[in-house]
Each structure stands twice: as C-alpha cells, then as structure tokens.
Write a protein that binds this ligand. Structure first.
Ligand SMILES: Nc1ncnc2c1ncn2[C@@H]1O[C@H](COP(=O)(O)OP(=O)(O)OP(=O)(O)O)[C@@H](O)[C@H]1O
Ligand SMILES: [Mg+2]
Length: 197
C-alpha cells in the first residue's frame, strides 16, 4: 500500500503495527483499500439498520459500530488506538475522555443546552479530536453523530458530503477539515455552518 503521501489532508497515517492488522495481503494501493473499506462500511450500515435499538451513547456501542464498519478489513477494528497520532489525545486517556464526552452529550440533550445541530457539531468534533481508533475515525464519527441526532433529538442526519465525496480532496473536505481545526481552537462557527446551522 502506498504511504502517507497519498492520504488526503486531515487523515491519520497508519503505523507499521496497524498495517499488520490488514486482513487482505494483496492490497497495494490506497484506491484498493478504499474500496475494501467502503464495502465493509456498507455492511456496517446494513447491520445498523437491522439492529435492535439501544443507547448509542455508550463505549460498547461506539466500539461495536467501528467493528461493524471496519472489522472485515482491519483486525484492530473496534479496539481503541494504542499509538500516538498527529490528531488525537494520548491513547492512555481515550476511555476516560470518551466517557466524559458521552456523559456530556447525554446531558446536552436532556437539558436542552444546545440546539440539536450545535450539540451534534460539538459531539462530532470532540469524538474525532479524541480519535478513538487507528483509522476510520471520520467515517465512524459522522455516523455516530447522525445516530445521536436521530435518537436524542429526533432530528434528521447532517448532510456531510453535500453532493461531494468527503473521502477525497475537494472544497467540501477542505471546509470540513478547516472547520474542525477552528473547533480545536474553540471557534465553532465554521463547523456550525458546515453542519447546516
Ligand atoms: N484538526 C483536527 N481536529 C479534529 N479532528 C480532525 C482534525 N483533522 C482531521 N480530523 C478528523 O480526523 C478524520 C481523519 O481520521 P481517520 O483517518 O481516522 O478517519 P477516516 O474515516 O479514515 O478518514 P476520512 O474520514 O478523513 O477519510 C477526519 O475525517 C476528521 O474527522
Ligand atoms: Mg483514514
């Protein structure tokens, strides 16, 4: 597989140990990997549509969702990241920070702290900023955010791609990554606009 240079801006490169977890030995290009992951994500969405409804704001569900989306491709799917990345907190703190985020997100919904899309934007940003997994965080967190909107606010999903392909470099992805970087600095307005507020 080709290296970090072929990743779009704002993606996290994999470490050699993580590459070891690839279930397909023959993959040599980023394009092939994207296709395998995309097929797996589609199966994950089917699982999601058929599953028995339960609380999405739990560590168990967050991990299960990732495993369903990426487990046919990566052996470590559904397991928290163990290596440092250019994005994300110290891997030792992932479980605790996730717990705080899930508690906060539940509190926001119960107390009407934010409008639904603002709660969603804040939830999404903190989830990707923690960066639970070695890869697939963006795709996982976009779906997790839509489930939060649906289950806690009875609100329709965010139009993340808005007619573009968020997995490749284009204006929409650039706006998404720029909005997340602004949110890293505590400035949420670009992300609120991005999610449609
Ligand atoms: N500065 C940042 N702050 C917070 N989150 C970020 C930042 N830059 C990128 N991200 C998030 O990290 C994701 C990339 O991480 P990762 O490669 O694990 O996810 P992915 O689903 O494989 O990739 P992608 O959605 O980017 O194709 C981006 O999609 C975005 O959600
Ligand atoms: Mg990635």
């Amino acid at each position: 597989m080709s290296g970090a240079a072929s990743e779009p801006d704002g993606a996290t490169p994999l470490d050699p140990d993580e590459r070891e977890g690839l279930r397909f030995r023959h993959v040599t290009t980023r394009g092939e990997l994207n296709e395998l992951e995309q097929a797996n994500v589609q199966n994950g969405l089917l699982w999601l549509a058929r599953r028995r409804k339960g609380d999405v704001l739990s560590e168990r569900f967050m991990r299960e969702l990732h495993r369903r989306m990426f487990g046919d491709v990566w052996r470590w799917a559904g397991a928290f990241r163990q290596t440092e990345k250019n994005i994300g907190i110290d891997p030792l703190h992932i479980a605790v920070e996730l717990r705080k985020l899930l508690d906060d997100a539940r509190y926001w919904a119960t107390n009407g702290t934010y409008a639904p899309l603002e709660a969603a934007a804040r939830f999404h940003h903190r989830l990707v900023a923690i960066h639970l997994f070695a890869n697939g965080n963006g795709r996982h967190a976009r779906i997790a955010t839509d489930l939060y909107l649906e289950e806690y606010f009875d609100h329709p999903p965010v139009d993340w791609a808005a007619g573009h392909d968020l997995l490749h470099t284009n204006g929409r992805r650039d706006a998404y990554i720029a909005a997340l970087r602004a949110a890293d600095a505590g400035e949420y307005s670009a992300l609120l606009e991005f999610v449609g507020m």
